[in-house]
Design a protein around this ligand. Structure first.
Ligand SMILES: [Zn+2]
Length: 170
């Protein structure tokens, strides 16, 4: 089954091969306790989706540019995309709104997270994981709909997990 808000619907039809490669460019930007909390939250978030993921790392210094609202708006996110992967990128700004998506012309997904924001700095692992799960959901082809994590719940619900598993054929 497909909904307008599920993978293959209005938000896009990602073409990742399995396992879905996730390239974490955020971890390298943290030190000590924050790095540990990020990794735990990321593991939690990816695990909730119940899809096969292959997690690798990319130092932020290897990105085409450091993501700020100015660079992202002037250069687009395309140079930050990694084909056939979901790129996790840190936004260097205290701006409202994490964002993510599947970029069809680049064949890759992207999650822009803003961990400078106060709630990221102070939030618990589950709060951070819920954001990562929501944004990675966009990169997996979900829009906003249903009543799970894509509409603000703390983690993907059974319907979302089934829609993802069905779309990716796992
Ligand atoms: Zn969203």
């Amino acid at each position: 089954m497909t909904f307008a808000w599920s993978p293959g619907g209005d938000f896009g039809s990602p073409t990742y091969s399995l396992p879905v490669r996730v390239v974490d460019g955020v971890k390298s930007t943290f030190i000590n306790e924050r790095r540990r909390r990020w990794r735990e939250a990321l593991d939690l978030a990816l695990g909730w989706w119940m899809l096969p993921f292959a997690l690798t790392y990319r130092p932020e210094s290897e990105q085409a540019y450091i993501a700020t609202p100015q660079t992202v708006s002037s250069l687009s996110v395309n140079p930050l995309i990694i084909a056939n992967a979901i790129a996790l990128i840190r936004m260097h700004a205290d701006v409202a709104g994490d964002s993510a998506g599947w970029i069809a012309e680049m064949g890759g997904g992207i999650c822009l997270d803003t961990p400078w924001r106060a709630w990221w700095m102070q939030g618990g692992r589950a709060t951070i994981a819920a954001t990562i799960a929501h944004e990675s959901g966009h990169a997996l082809g979900f829009g906003h709909g249903g009543n799970g994590v894509m509409m603000g719940a703390g983690k993907p619900n059974e319907q979302e997990r089934q829609l993802a598993v069905t779309y990716y054929g796992t």
